[in-house]
Design a protein around this ligand. Sequence first.
Ligand code: NQM
Length: 384
Amino acid sequence: MRQVAISCSAMRGGTSKGLVFLADDLPDDRATRDAVLLAAMGSPDEREIDGMGGSHPLTSKVAVVSPSARDDADVEYLFLQVWPDRAEVSDGQNCGNMLAAVGPFAIEQGLVPAADPLTPVRIWMRNTQTLATASVQTPGGLVRYDGSARIDGVPGTHAPIPIEFADVAGSSCGALLPTGSVSDVIEGTRVTCIDNGMPVVCIAAADLGLTGQESPAELEADAELTRRVEAIRLAAGPLMNLGDVTDKTVPKMSLLSPPAHGGAISTRTFIPHRVHEAIGVFGAVSVATACMLPGSVATTVLRGVNAPEPAAVLARGDDPPEPPDGSADIEVEHPTGFFTVTLAVEVSAGTITVSRSALLRTARLLMRGEVMVPSAAWSQGASR
Ligand code: NQM
């Protein structure tokens, strides 16, 4: 069987892992591109045994990077989720974890000249048409991966990659609160539907008969729970302007409970069928934002516990005496630790605008070379 070699890098981005390609190295035609990526990753097959995928949505990811013609961006990033067990490649969501790999990759590939000692890389995120700036350590003009930054869900320490977002509210659903309300009842369960970079449905774990401290494996094994969560998700999709979400990876379903380890809130997140071992980047940003919205499921869960300061500020009323800048670090607890989101909000006439969000990730180049793709993928693409 003839195989075709395609240049790519294998990279860890945050708590995810996948292949990173230059757009020019992939077929232009979308069906052919998808067939090539499925073959490269070994999908469809739960174990992805005949490819590079890691048999879990978090390790079956692809980032496609290209130079940008925009004035406000250096490079463009398209995230593609390759389903391990289904012959499907989806651009229907963004991924803030693989985003962490884009800056280092762009510098390594010569798309962005390295400064010394730090290179800011402005990244246009094509999935959500929004902008991020990642600061990559480049002492002596070389990308540095080692360092002292620790993120939960990744062993060891690495060079920090702080990432800033200007405005990601409503980037998938058209509005921060796509249903027009801070809380709704869907399928008999109170929810907050929110999109601050990722469409997320927040549910109080207690409303599903859970403590919220269950392990991902326990939650995935609970057939009645997964059925109920999926029923809420399918009903929430159209209300969040996402249409029929049966075959989509959004919205994510985040079960919230009071913090158990000194953070702001505790989470268990269906993404949407497997349960995340941590929490997605934009998933965490959206949950943290819900913590700042009076009347949301998150603030209800937090009532009486150590709610983050902005929630208390905002709860004082629609017209606070001094406009609070509302900047806060919110520690989102997840199954393997914490995810810290820095948020700045502005409140005016009772409406909330998220003016800034920031967070810390790390990334590492794992392998650079060529992925070998059976040539049959090109004819499969033509018939897709
Ligand atoms: O929410 C998992 C991940 C993600 C996506 C998912 C992500 C994000 O952890 O920005 O990073 O929710 O599908 O990589």
